[in-house]
Design a protein around this ligand. Sequence first.
Ligand SMILES: [Zn+2]
Length: 55
Amino acid sequence: MCKCQKVNLYEVEYKMDGMTVVPTHKNCGFALDGKQADKFQKELVKSWGFEEEED
Ligand SMILES: [Zn+2]
């Protein structure tokens, strides 16, 4: 797991692991933990100009 204090959105790479997409930190090569991954998924969606739907 990535233990970096600060991870920039642009340092995150999405790798395929079987049927799962795993957000990986390029700088250290480790997968982000669930909390970080969730945060970056939201930022990524925002960067695409979509608002996340709440349900
Ligand atoms: Zn890292």
